[in-house]
Design a protein around this ligand. Structure first.
Ligand code: HSE
Length: 301
């Protein structure tokens, strides 16, 4: 019994959409699970090969266990093989991918009996907020929100003129540290500012890419976190000054540029190569599919 899941990288927040908006990007981790008679064996190649946990504390494994626990079943013995391409600790959704992948693998072992809503619930419970796991699971641009019934999402198709560029930071940054820099309350004017920009961003990403500069402005998180990632702030300011719609990718420290034309993306890459040579430019397509499972479902006892 073998199952394989391919999970996209994601960029969350997208500027003003703190903890709400996210986009799936065509850059993938692949996780394979094989049911064995007993125990747990984890092999990791690529990103995190030397740093990610290879025991019961592994995030993919813990996400699988959460799903099995929810139906009162015990995980069988498994061999988990991870081929990782999503950089860790860079704001590109590596933990969201691990969680979404683990949830999908567990759902597959349990014969896929869960709804999209349940998959998102499991993943959000594990990740703490839904903005990375929603696009990792479902692809495209997602709006995620949480109410007393749990997390929900709406998937939207991104305008074909949008050309994302991820500038991968040379260093890592912890999401926990980034979140600790957020204030408890914000001025009402800043809340209004972000309400208008995130509404505008949905229009810019789906219909009117030419509005992207105004649509990617933010006052809810980026400035508060800037002291923890000064190079990121410097790069974003330099790019925005030249008309490139740059924002912090997720909790950082990488940068996402939402270009409205491929030519502008090339000029952003040239600019970064010259001024910020230690940053890696990834020109990525939007992923429309989300996590996809292959293999014969069932046999998770
Ligand atoms: N919305 C999250 C944050 C994304 O900015 O903290 C990172 O997990």
């Amino acid at each position: 019994m073998r199952l394989k899941v391919t999970v996209p990288a994601t960029s969350a927040n997208l500027g003003p959409g703190f903890d709400s908006l996210g986009m799936a990007l065509a850059h993938y981790d692949v996780y394979e699970v094989e049911v064995v008679s007993s125990g747990l064996e984890i092999q990791i190649s690529g990103e995190g090969a030397n740093s990610a946990a290879k025991d019961e504390t592994n995030l993919i494994y813990r996400s699988m266990k959460l799903v099995f626990d929810s139906v009162g079943k015990k995980l069988p013995g498994i061999r988990l093989t991870c081929h990782n391409s999503i950089p860790h600790g860079r704001g590109m959704g590596s933990s969201g991918a691990a969680v979404a992948g683990g949830v999908m693998l567990a759902a597959g072992l349990l014969d896929n009996k869960f709804s999209e809503k349940q998959l998102l619930e499991f993943a959000t419970k594990m990740e703490g907020h839904p903005d990375n796991v929603a696009p990792a699971l479902f692809g495209g641009l997602t709006i995620a929100w949480v109410d007393e019934l749990g997390p929900h999402h709406k998937k939207l198709t991104v305008h074909r003129g949008i050309s994302p560029l991820v500038l991968v930071a040379p260093n890592e940054m912890s999401t926990k540290l980034a979140r600790s820099l957020q204030p408890e309350t914000v001025p009402h004017t800043d809340a209004v500012f972000n309400v208008s920009r995130s509404a505008l961003l949905v229009a810019a990403l789906t219909q009117s890419p030419e509005l992207m500069m105004a649509a990617t402005e933010d006052r809810l998180h980026q400035n508060y976190r800037a002291s923890a990632m000064p190079e990121t702030s410097k790069l974003i300011a330099a790019l925005r000054e030249k008309g490139h719609a740059a924002v912090v990718s997720g909790a950082g420290p990488s940068v996402l540029v939402l270009e409205d034309d491929p030519q502008k993306r090339l000029s952003a890459i040239e600019f970064v190569k010259k001024g910020f040579p230690t940053w890696i430019a990834l020109a990525l397509a939007v992923d429309f599919k989300g996590a996809s499972l292959e293999g014969q479902p069932g046999s998770g006892n």
